[in-house]
Design a protein around this ligand. Sequence first.
Ligand SMILES: NC(=O)c1ccc[n+]([C@@H]2O[C@H](COP(=O)([O-])OP(=O)(O)OC[C@H]3O[C@@H](n4cnc5c(N)ncnc54)[C@H](O)[C@@H]3O)[C@@H](O)[C@H]2O)c1
Length: 256
Amino acid sequence: MISIGIIGCGAIGSDVAREADGMDEVDEIYLYDIVEERGKALADELKKARFERVEDFLSRVDVVFEAASQQAVYEYAEKIIEAGKDMVIMTIGALFDDAFRENLIKKAKEKKCKIYLPSGAVAGIDGVKAASIGGLDEVTLVTTKSPEAFGKHFDKRTVLFDGTAREAVKLFPRNVNVSACLSLAGMGFDRTKVKVVADPVIRFNSHKILAHGKFGRLRAEVENLPNPNNPSTSYLASLSAIAVLRKIVNPLQIGI
Ligand SMILES: NC(=O)c1ccc[n+]([C@@H]2O[C@H](COP(=O)([O-])OP(=O)(O)OC[C@H]3O[C@@H](n4cnc5c(N)ncnc54)[C@H](O)[C@@H]3O)[C@@H](O)[C@H]2O)c1
């Protein structure tokens, strides 16, 4: 049995909490949201959940899910690891800060804690991670959305950006979590290429990963449907967070 904490009770946090509430392996769920009414309303809806401040529940949980914001990662991640607890980070973009990330990893090693980064809205992270051990020559993320998603109008497919992941996230902050996860799995922020495309033909946001290396060639594409509770979040992101929760409690570990 494990107890979990969840920071952020929006689309992803609520999906994880509802799933955890129905799992035999989960004993207690502690919820926190900066908007108290949101966290309390979710706690009222669930059997095993209660609303508490992070500082108050930290000593009683095994793992904390962050599904809130970059600010929440900067505010709580170190405290969680210092307390010797594992952490799942959805706002992976916060780890673009090299000094912050390296310090967190160092602390986690000292405390023997794990920091889980779900694959979120993309597919293919497992392959890129394995391939990086043999050596990668090139990794590219192609994100394609309708022109309206960028507040623009184009009659034909138009490449809006072609550069490194580190540059891309400054210009397209909505791509930040996907780019960060891919960069950390493969070649890092300065060698991972990102292409952002506006295409009037497509209906769904798509993320395509292309990788070349000693292993051969990989091509993985997802066409994402939005989360019913937050149209700007892909539903797959919630499902990947839930998959990580199941991985934590399951003796059978599938994939990497
Ligand atoms: N890894 C991925 O592929 C991926 C995909 C989608 C979203 N995300 C990230 O996951 C996070 C959650 O996404 P979501 O769609 O559930 O968002 P959401 O807006 O639906 O919910 C976020 C919740 O967190 C709360 N919150 C914000 N800052 C907080 C803080 N400092 N302390 C406590 N609570 C705080 C908000 O009040 C809100 O209820 C976002 O940061 C988003 O960027 C990652």
